[in-house]
Design a protein around this ligand. Structure first.
Ligand SMILES: [Zn+2]
Length: 278
């Protein structure tokens, strides 16, 4: 089985190859998610809501990335991949501190946490240059680094380090239909800014993350993922789904309730909007 395409194609090919007991080669044409390297397919309902994670016995046999192909794809895909990758270290470090399990059901290794941190640092240092390179359909060293961060570092980091609230909030957002036309990493970006308030990060760090998101065009407000003036009732649906039994949000150190998640979503959105007015 050979998968040529983006996250949905890749996750589908990995699952089908597993069911047919075939080896699978992944050739991403965009760097929009960390799906290429992982031993995991996310299964959605026909309505576009995240249903469950399908755990596969092995990682793909081979992953081939041609950055000249990726550079000719629309920049929005690369930026979305940075949103997905931005969550990796935040979530892995929560798992590390809490001694929570990774996707193999074990505690993460030093290597996993170090790669997750390298992923985060690479994005903050080279993300903007990579975005501009993609705008010009040009492969630069910064572009190569960010494609590696989005694909390899984020993939190894999330799978071997573990995930927490950013992806749980993403899963919650899929409950609301208007978010469906937005990419995975764009919704994860809302999960990232929500996690900053949920886990009570220092103000300076919050600003650093917002600065980065704004510089490359990652969503920091709900309106930017299709939710213009959502009702409190709808946001409680998101928060409640994020806190579903068995969700990775419980890998955070703070006490988790739907009310706390609801408050963090509202705070992150308000902060994003306030910064846009300045
Ligand atoms: Zn993801």
């Amino acid at each position: 089985m050979i998968a040529v395409g983006g996250g949905k194609t890749i996750d589908t090919a990995k699952a089908v190859a597993h069911n047919l007991s075939l080896p699978v080669i992944i050739a991403p044409t965009i760097a929009s998610t960390d799906a290429p390297c992982s031993a995991l397919s996310v299964i959605y309902t026909d309505e576009g809501v995240v249903d469950r994670y399908l755990f596969l016995p092995t990682n793909p046999n081979s992953v081939l990335v041609d950055t000249s192909v990726i550079a000719n794809a629309p920049t929005r895909f690369l930026v979305s991949g940075m949103g997905d990758a931005l969550s990796t270290w935040l979530e892995a470090t929560s798992c590390q501190t809490k001694y929570a399990n990774n996707f193999a059901g074990e505690k993460g290794s030093m290597t996993a946490y170090a790669l997750a941190k390298l992923c985060f640092d690479t994005l903050l240092e080279f993300g903007y240059i990579a975005k501009v390179s993609n705008d010009a359909n040009t492969v630069t060293p910064a572009f190569e680094k960010v494609v590696e961060a989005n694909t390899l570092l984020s993939g190894l980091g999330f799978e071997s380090g573990g995930i927490a609230s950013c992806h749980a909030v993403h899963n919650g957002l899929t409950m609301l239909e208007p978010t469906h036309k937005y990419f995975h990493g764009e919704k994860v970006s809302i999960g990232v800014v929500t996690s900053l308030f949920l886990t009570d990060k220092p103000a300076e760090f919050i600003d650093e993350v917002y600065d980065f998101c704004e510089s490359i065009g990652l969503p920091t407000t709900l309106a930017q993922v299709g939710l213009v003036d959502p009702s409190d009732e709808d946001l409680m649906k998101v928060a409640t789904r994020a806190c579903a039994e068995g969700e990775t949000i419980y890998n955070e150190l703070v006490p988790i309730t739907p009310e706390a998640v609801f408050a963090a979503i509202k705070a992150a959105d308000a902060y994003g909007k306030a910064r846009q007015l300045v």
